[in-house]
Design a protein around this ligand. Structure first.
Ligand code: PEP
Length: 259
């Protein structure tokens, strides 16, 4: 049993996933509003923006405590992959993080556990940090196979990832039925699965590596429910969709994670 009581050893990280929202002018305005509001945050703060906003975000966030992430990358370094962006291209721009395996990519763009693993490898090889998303569908939860599904997603995604590289990975547990639905997992449900992910990591690596792993919750986290979720021992931050598009809402979550 992994000792998750070492919560204080882990850095809480709040990451915004803007999805396909905000043109360049809107991105700049949101970031200019956000930066002073979160400047004293006692947790990691990341915004994962559309590819077309990366340059704007890098410029607006230079010298601040807010890091920039992308929302996907391809597994090959270059070549005939029309419409794709490589991990190396992101790293070369100065992007620090990339979300991989978001359920919307699994659901709408044919992402599989295997392609998630290839993208994770490519991102790590390019020097990026990864926010790796895992989570079960409602049907899977109702079938009672949440643990198996999330465990398998985690194991396959981390194939070929060393213990040293694990330090550059954040795992985000995002139950598919809670994303963008307004329906949040209870803090007990979220903590139970986060703990299970930590046990999987302990099995793959070591108890120390697992105890140091940042595991976020994502799925309709907002200013009202963040504190309760973030108080749980195994919830080390959040991946935030809708609420990351409004500076005051995102800031309230960042404040709840600052401890
Ligand atoms: C997400 O996109 O990762 C997410 C959690 O979205 P929302 O907060 O809107 O449910």
């Amino acid at each position: 049993m992994v000792n998750s009581m070492k919560k204080e050893l882990r850095r809480a990280v709040i990451a915004g996933n803007w999805k396909m929202n905000k043109n360049r002018a809107e991105a700049r305005a949101l970031l200019e509003e956000l930066v002073p509001m979160v400047k004293d945050a006692d947790c990691g703060v990341i915004v994962c923006v559309p590819f077309t906003d990366l340059e704007t975000a890098l410029e607006a966030l230079k010298g601040t405590n807010v890091a920039v992430g992308a929302q996907n990358c391809h597994w090959e370094a270059s070549g005939a992959f029309t419409g794709e962006i490589s991990a190396g291209m992101l790293a070369e721009m100065g992007v620090e993080y990339v979300i991989i395996g978001h359920s919307e990519r699994r659901q709408y763009f044919g992402e599989t556990d295997e392609t998630v693993n290839r993208r994770v490898r490519a991102a790590l090889d390019a020097g990026l940090k990864v926010i790796l998303c895992v989570g079960e569908t409602l049907a899977q939860r109702e079938q009672g196979i949440t643990g198996e599904v999330v465990g398998l997603q985690t194991k396959v995604a981390l194939q070929g990832v060393s213990a040293g590289e694990l330090k550059r990975i954040i795992i985000a547990y995002e139950p598919v039925w809670a994303i963008g639905t307004g329906r949040t997992a209870t803090s007990a449900q979220a903590c139970e699965v986060n703990h299970l992910i930590r046990e999987v990591a302990a099995g793959l690596y070591s108890e120390e590596a697992a105890a140091a792993l940042t595991i976020q919750y994502g799925g309709s986290m907002n200013a009202k429910n963040a504190e309760e979720l973030l108080n749980e021992e195994d919830i080390d931050g959040g991946l935030i969709g809708g609420a990351s598009l409004k500076a005051p809402d995102f800031t309230a979550i960042v404040k709840a994670a600052s401890r």
